[in-house]
Ligand binder design. Sequence first.
Ligand code: DQQ
Length: 541
Amino acid sequence: HGNDVLNRTSFHFQPHRNWINDPNAPMYYKGFYHMFYQHNNLAPKFSNIMIWGHSVSQDMVNWIQLEPAFVPTESYDRHSCWSGSATILPDGKPVILYTGLEEHKELDRRQVTVLAEPKDASDPLLREWVKPKNNPVMLPPHDVPHDCFRDPTTGWQGQDGVWRVLVGAKEINTERGMAVLYRSDDFVEWTKYPTPLLAKEHTGMWECPDFFPVAITGKEGVENSVNNASVKHVLKVSFGGHDCYVIGKYSSENEDFVADSEFTNTTSDLRYDHGTFYASKAFFDNVKNRRINFGWVVETDSEEDDFEKGWSGLLSLPREMWLDTSGKRLIQWPIEEINYLRTKQVSLDNTHLSGCSNLEISGITAAQADVEVTFDLPILEGNPQVLDSDQVDDAVLFDRGSSAGCVYGPFGLLALASSDLSEQTAIFFKIIRRGNGYSVIMGSDEKKSSLRDNTKKSAHGTVLDIDPRHEKISLRCLIDHSVIESYGAGGRNVITSRAYPKLAIGEAAKLYVFNDGTRGVTISSLDAWSMRNAEVNLNAL
Ligand code: DQQ
């Protein structure tokens, strides 16, 4: 089998082979970006002996795979080395906190926090790590089950110089998710703070918390310990299959985080991504002063397929993150280094797309492409059919095939499409009338993504945060064989989809702009590029 048949990506992060899940401890150190990851290096499936894979890069696009960083060697991590984070200490040395699954007589696979240090901090590749004697450094507290205590964050220092980290947890006998706060003077000895930094009923176990400051104005990232009037803080937690976040004000003096909204465990939570994306981790890149996030994108084909492919899982593209001018959400955008992979380009401008039509975008490698398109709608007026969207469920709203209540659309792109359109993933918009205004639905519909029947095909979607009366509707899709990352409205909403086409592979894959609506729309501009292959962990270990 060639890569195309097996749907392997060409510019997303994947280990050389076998299984990957969460990104762990991304950092920049002495000239290299480091990515660690939950890895089973023996088979393309999750196992009960998880280790930390390790790769390095100079641009976060091309990666070299090194020896695994952590494997079970001690009783406290005998059953796995689970997720964790890196912190660069004031002397410039990195340390890592990760989750050990302990060998324990009564409490099977108890989750503990393990501290690790580089064996030789002068090695920019950080190839070897040591687990000092005083491990583990944290044990599950009494009100937390022994198997619901994991994923320590990157540390930050309060104004008092004391270190803080969060650990994901759940309250015993309830579904109250918690971000448990620990404090330390030396990063070695940790004391639990009496109350969690945040907790919420009915959300279940909080996995992979992430907590960091964002500048109130501008796109620049800020280092984890920065806290003043010019920043707000973001708390992200992974639960219910999604990476959800709240924005608020943190005070180390009062040791509290006052969030502007609450987690609800419903679709109204702010999400990094409305598609297939989980357990993400952000870090501050001091080379370019930006905050960058990576998430895990799971396979949605069958385990049998994964064994045939020899791999399972990948990471999202590195996404730069900053606070929207509204202060109400984050903006995400692929780091600029991704653009260096762009090669052959085709463009369109001011092209009318009449109702019920398709337009093929030819001349690029549609299976491996970057596409930016902006749609302009004629004036929204008159008295079109009013849709009370509260009465329409998501399954209908996010389905390309349904135009119930649409003023315009659905219109958008058909990615990874076969020439007979029997295979296609539609990334689209629908304008619906709601109350006195209009809403834009953004969807990524995988229902026809593959003729194979053993793949999961979901219709993902969300309400795009724009007013279509005042703004054009823009979309950027990064298409990479079996993954499509779609950024709506300049990165205000993101949806990642998986697709495993059988026909729409290699040169046979096509790209279309489509309009299923009855009224025409204008493509004000479209630029599409073929993408080069990145060199991602090509070396076999
Ligand atoms: N994956 C890790 C855990 C984490 C979960 C295990 C999230 O540490 O909670 O591989 O995907």
